[in-house]
Design a protein around this ligand. Structure first.
Ligand code: ARG
Length: 464
């Protein structure tokens, strides 16, 4: 005789119910209830297919499909009683379906298993998140392109090692991030296309002897095709790993930009003013306006990459096919997805609202000997001096200017001729930062004309 407290879904071979600790470690309902809509969509597709292939009657399928909608509306309205004893979303939904429609509910699980069911639900959930990430990235890219267009010719210092290197344009700097987020976008699309195969009908691991139609359920759920190997279908979490690794790389980009915004908005830089809407104040220092959104975006990479690492570790030693370890996939992905979407939206909001301080940017662009390379290039071009020699002469001039506490254009022609007699008045035309950026016309260079060409290219891409 089966113990009354044993599980109603699989209690047949059990004489006793689970220990409370067992129930606690086993249950996933606390988090996988987020997949309720996907679970019900999968079950509705499965029931329709079972009827179409004659495995169950049309009447039973209709009762199941209608009953599932009732369950869904109970869940959506918050009236559903989730039970830990029923472990997960799959069994919670099925048990409630039984209460709602009675006997036909027991026919729903024909020709499938929770193993293909959970893989299907989770794929549907992750697919939605890829779509949300695509939208978030497109919005962020658009905000950056708008900034780039507005300031295509604003000069600012370009840095390497965070030391002033050469003048660049604001537009060019914004478009650098457009390229980065553009690669994220292509990774998202790429991974989404690769993951879009249906596990449903792989059953526990080996397929099923029922004459199911996996093409039918695949297309009902918007998959491109059924997954081709049932063992792989139930054990594959590559889609989740690709989601997390794509999110991780994107989070690195978000974090790098956030770091620049933190630096740029400081009183020492004043390159940008962040809007009040995306800043906070200090409870003790009245003058402060803190770039908290940027700082939090910078921090998000930690948990997103942590999720990626965690799931890699969960998966790395698992034999085929399903193991319960895989239940640990969902919380990582849920948390990473929530925070990725939030970070994308916050970054978009900050970029849209921020003001580049054109004067501060221009003032900084001219300091720090940023046109030293232009001076050396001028000597090569006009005086036909080998670049290495020109580099040496320019270095001497920089040292001279540094010694006097001035910038290169402040040196007199006589000073310069004292270091290299060939230098003429013409040198001053290249020492201006505007000339410097305008001259960088190589493809992908910082010249405003090049930036505008890239802005146009991206506007065309965004217009689809
Ligand atoms: N809650 C489970 C999970 O998230 C569903 C699959 C359970 N399958 C099983 N054979 N116990 O992975």
């Amino acid at each position: 005789m089966t113990d009354q407290s044993s599980n109603q879904m699989w209690g047949g071979r059990f004489a006793a119910g689970p220990d409370a600790i067992m129930e606690a470690i086993n249950a996933s309902i606390g988090f996988d209830k987020r997949m309720a809509a996907q679970d019900i969509a999968g079950s509705r597709a499965h029931a329709a297919m079972l009827a179409a292939t004659g495995v169950i009657t049309d009447n039973d399928a209709e009762a199941i499909r209608e009953g599932l909608l009732t369950v869904l509306s109970e869940i959506e309205s918050g009236g559903f009683q989730f039970s830990t004893a029923l472990e997960d979303i799959h069994m919670n939904v099925e048990a409630r379906l039984k209460e709602v429609i009675g006997e036909p509910a027991g026919r729903l699980h024909t020709g499938r298993s929770r193993n293909d069911q959970v893989a299907t639900d989770f794929k549907l959930w992750v697919r939605d998140q890829f779509d949300a990430a695509e939208k978030g990235l497109l919005a962020l890219i658009k905000a950056l392109v708008d900034q780039a267009e507005a300031g295509a010719d604003w000069v600012m210092p370009g840095f390497t090692h965070l030391q002033t290197a050469q003048p660049v344009t604001w537009g060019h700097h914004m478009m650098a991030y457009v390229e980065m987020f553009g690669r994220d976008l292509s990774r998202v699309r790429d991974a989404r296309a690769r993951m879009n195969e249906s596990p449903l009908g792989a059953a526990a691991l080996a397929g099923t002897s029922f004459p199911i139609d996996r093409d039918m359920t695949a297309s009902a759920l918007g998959f491109d095709r059924p997954a081709a190997n049932s063992l792989d279908a139930v054990s594959d979490r590559d889609f989740a790993l690709e989601f997390l690794s794509t999110a991780s790389i994107c989070a690195v980009h978000l974090s790098r930009f956030a770091e620049e915004l933190v630096i740029w908005s400081s009183a020492q830089f004043r390159f940008v003013t962040l809007s009040d809407r995306f800043s906070t104040g200090s409870s003790i220092m009245p003058q402060k306006k803190n770039p908290d959104a940027a700082e939090l975006i910078r921090a998000k990479v930690g948990r997103i990459f942590g999720a990626n690492t965690a799931l890699m570790m969960v998966m790395k030693g698992l034999p085929l096919a399903y193991s319960k370890d895989m239940q640990e996939d969902k919380e990582q992905v849920f948390d990473a997805a929530d925070n990725w979407m939030l970070a994308l939206a916050a970054m978009e909001g900050m970029v849209k609202d921020m003001t580049g301080n054109r004067e501060s940017l221009a003032a900084a662009a001219g300091s720090g000997f940023s046109t030293a390379t232009d001076l050396a290039d001028w000597m090569v071009r006009v005086l036909k001096v080998p670049f290495r020699d020109a580099h040496h002469v320019t270095g001497a001039l920089v040292a001279m200017a540094e010694g006097r506490g001035c910038d290169l254009p402040d040196l007199s022609l006589e000073d310069m001729q004292g270091v290299h007699e060939g230098i003429t008045e013409d040198i001053f035309t290249v020492l201006g930062v505007e000339n410097s950026v305008n001259s960088r016309m190589s493809y992908g260079g910082t010249a405003p004309a090049q930036v505008r060409a890239q802005v146009k290219r991206w506007k065309d891409i965004l217009a689809g």
